[in-house]
Design a protein around this ligand. Structure first.
Ligand code: A3P
Length: 343
């Protein structure tokens, strides 16, 4: 599909507008013949609890079999540009929100956030950014190469799979209290498999394997990179974003090298972005109420907007379960300097 006229000053355009709505993963017919078969078959494998999904351990992380060729190609073949922006996260930690905020902030010149024709009013936030492993899984790397700069892309991959991201690009990462992540994960996949026991997601988080996990190593990789290169990695916490969305949108814009001007501050641009991307607003839009994620992930889109709060774990875990997970996390993080406890 032809790329429309573009001015770098305008920021990114919604990916779905130029490349259709098949971003998340490619259908089986579109998949390339599996590359790296020998390497992949030699990797340790396991099944995700209560799920037919086969996982393989690559670079220290459990990845769905479907994404292994993509992970290898992404690691070795992606050519970053210095003005690329990568939105990274562990699933169910605020990806959709951060995608929306980052897109709205970067694209604000072309799409004023209070405008009646803003793309986020007609597209799900995930449709605005290319999903790196989805594109690589389908052998669609060329579509990424054809995108004008600055590109903004999304991934759940841990840092060892995207080693070029730091210091090659700018990365915006979001983490979340793992207890709330577990709850969110369970509700999300229960829309696909209503019988999924909460306990199996809980146990997978504690002891693995779980897709993209272990979660603590995922978080630590990006946190260490943010500590070493704060100019290259902005490390955000879902709970802090909830407490002060406007302050974090200002941080985000500053980090991206496009701080809000006095005129933008005076005209309320920050508040408009916060409002546009707020849970209540996005949840009510048809783009987020109607349809499914993808034929291969046929979960209704509204599952991305469930509760939008922190601390819901108290309604799903016993105090013993909560302290068991807290203890495991504390043990895994011991000596690193990282803690979730200030959440
Ligand atoms: P809950 O299930 O706890 O409600 P992800 O986007 O990584 O899949 O994360 C999903 C979680 O983010 C869900 O959490 C969802 O409700 C929440 N979420 C989605 N959009 C949000 C927004 N605009 N503001 C705050 N939270 C949001």
């Amino acid at each position: 599909m032809a790329t429309p006229p573009y001015s770098p000053k305008q920021g990114p355009i919604p990916f779905a507008d130029t490349h259709g709505d098949t971003n998340l993963v490619s259908s089986p017919e579109q998949r390339e013949e599996q590359e790296h078969a020998d390497l992949i078959s030699a990797l340790p494998s396991a099944s995700a609890a209560d799920s037919p999904v086969k996982l393989r351990r690559y670079q220290g992380f459990w990845l769905a079999d479907l994404f292994l060729p993509a992970a290898i190609n992404l690691r070795h073949r992606f050519e970053p540009r210095c003005d690329d922006v990568i939105v990274a996260s562990f699933p169910k930690c605020g990806t959709t929100w951060l995608n929306a905020l980052t897109f709205a902030t970067m694209a604000r010149a072309a799409y004023p956030p209070a405008g009646a024709d803003h793309p986020l009013l007609r597209l799900n936030p995930h449709q605005c950014l290319p999903f790196l492993e989805g594109l690589f899984q389908g052998g669609r790397e060329a579509e990424l190469e054809a995108l004008p700069s600055p590109r903004v892309m999304n991934t759940h991959m841990p840092l060892p799979i995207v080693p070029w991201a730091v210091p090659g690009c700018r990365v915006v990462y979001i983490c979340r209290d793992p207890k709330d992540m577990v709850v969110s994960w369970w509700h999300f996949f229960r829309r696909l498999r209503p019988q999924l026991p909460f306990n199996s997601v809980f146990e997978s988080t504690c002891h693995g394997p779980m897709p993209y996990g272990p979660v603590w190593d995922h978080v630590l990789g990006y946190w260490r990179a943010a500590t070493a290169r704060p100019d290259k990695v902005l490390f955000l916490r879902y709970e802090e974003l909830l407490r002060d969305p406007a302050g974090h949108v200002r941080r985000l814009a500053g980090f991206l090298g496009t701080p809000f001007s006095a005129a933008e501050e005076a005209s309320g641009t920050v508040d408009s972005i916060v409002k546009l991307c707020s849970f209540g607003h996005l949840k009510g839009l048809d783009a987020n109420k109607i349809g499914r994620m993808h034929p291969l992930l046929p979960i209704p889109r509204d599952a991305l907007f469930r509760n939008g709060a922190s601390g819901d774990w108290v309604n799903h875990m016993t105090p013993e379960m909560a302290s068991r997970l807290d203890d495991i996390v504390a043990e895994k993080m011991r000596g690193t300097g990282f803690t979730f406890s200030d959440l």
